[in-house]
Design a binder for this molecule. Sequence first.
Ligand code: KG4
Ligand code: ZN
Length: 373
Amino acid sequence: MIILGIETSCDETAAAVLTNNDNRITILSNVVASSASLQAKYGGIIPEQAAREQIKSIIPVIEESLRLASLAQGNSIELDAIAVTYGPGLIGSLLVGVETAKVLATTWEKPLIPVNHLLGHFYANWIIPPVIPGERSSRGNLDLKKIATSPASPDPRNDNLRLPSFPCLGLLVSGGHTDLVLFTDHGKYKYLGGTRDDAAGECFDKCARLLGLPYPGGPEIAKLASQGQALRFKLPIPMKGSKDFDFSYSGLKTAVANLMHTSEVGFDSSEVKQDLAASVENAIAQSLVDKVLLALKVYPVKDVMVAGGVAANQRLKENLESRVKSLGKNIKLHIPTPQLCTDNGVMIAAAAFFIKKSINPLKLQTDSNLSLS
Ligand code: KG4
Ligand code: ZN
């Protein structure tokens, strides 16, 4: 089966073509055009502007994904289905992907599979073999990131390449969502908890802004943090000691703002900024790891999977790896390669291999408030 996945929920315009052989999903192409550098000028996303950028990018991005997959508009006949994110996200951005997918599905007479963006993130964990980063290239005004895959067949005995198995604990950490869910099968899950206010990625972005760093703030904080001392500033660990599966990050952002206003230390020096970035990153990572460990005490799962932009954070990955390993229960941790943590079309197409439920294109509508709860 060959599926084209389209993702336009926020400031990334993405399309990817995937195929499956012997139960293994392989990426034929993966193209992402991001307007994040434009958003960086304004310190965050302006929905209207993000939607306009989506309109400019959507056709070139889809064309490029078909071309790289050795499919062209002329032989789109090779596609078996089109998958598209229908929510949650910014309404203007979502509409661009959904309306384009509806037109393509109708004219090419292909089944259209709607995918919940949040569930889609988890399916970035179903890509094997691991992705090898490809070159970046420009096309007109667009900066398209292309990613190739290794053609080599993975050794199935290598446990590192094992796909997630159920029951599986899922942690979604993105710019808009922080959710903990217990998957018992594809599309079947119990919602355990989520953030009561800001999402983990939002907290990274807001703290980065306080530090004078550009949007998106997560990678910027991570870069600084890698040179800093996490124990220099004592920040609260969000929801420390709470016995539920909820999260909360607005207090941490306020604590950072207060610290910067009241501390005698000047926050202009790069060393101080590095230490504060490391302290913020540490507090966020620790709160996420604490809740995963709490859930693992209650629910006997085989695997844990993490998804969403914040899953690209190296400190979170290392902390999770060591704490999950220390349980000695042989629980396998799945985290996508960094390119597949942030928004992309691969995860949307991958989800469609399992969801499979198509809809009459004329009936598909966006749902900007879609959630997992
Ligand atoms: O999943 P995503 O691409 O978009 C949403 O669906 O929201 O996540 C974007 C979020 C942003 O808040 C960004 O700052 C954060 O993921 N992020 C990171 C890292 N890379 C992206 N946060 C921490 N460390 C990173 N390396
Ligand atoms: Zn996302």
